[in-house]
Ligand binder design. Structure first.
Ligand code: CO
Length: 134
């Protein structure tokens, strides 16, 4: 069911420092920062030849990654995103196996303008999983 690894998201406390590390130390191509108020994050995309890294920084009150950063003072891997051909079919198949879909269970438009869903980390070896329609 799952296809390509679309991205790995890393929550960071200091976005400028994280950008500098990826750009200047690791020599990666880094996008400008993009505010996504509907998701409570500011995102920077790092384009790698085979996938992307997303740096996530909290935006506004009640950001979904604020708590994660309280627990992970240095930042850390927040989720992995896999592509699926049909997000509704994937959701229904997963729910039938007992996997928990977060939120309302209805896809939201994600950082790349495509429908996304999140799956409960307890059902996937402690890792928050995002599915994105490819
Ligand atoms: Co993501």
């Amino acid at each position: 069911m799952i296809g390509r690894l679309n991205h790995v998201a890393i929550a960071v406390k200091d976005l400028d420092a994280a950008v500098a590390t990826y750009r200047d130390v690791l020599g990666a191509k880094v996008s400008p920062a993009l505010d996504q108020p509907e998701h409570g994050v500011t995102v920077v995309f790092i384009e790698l030849p085979n996938t992307k890294i997303e740096l996530l920084h909290p935006l506004g009150e009640g950001s979904p990654i604020a708590k994660f950063l309280e627990r992970n003072a240095d930042g850390g891997i927040h989720h992995v995103c896999y592509e699926v051909d049909d997000i509704l079919a994937a959701r229904d198949k997963l729910k039938a196996t007992g996997a928990r879909v977060l939120g309302t269970g209805e896809p939201k438009i994600g950082a790349h303008g495509k429908p996304v869903l999140f799956l409960h980390p307890k059902d996937f070896m402690g890792t928050l999983v995002e599915l994105e329609q490819s």
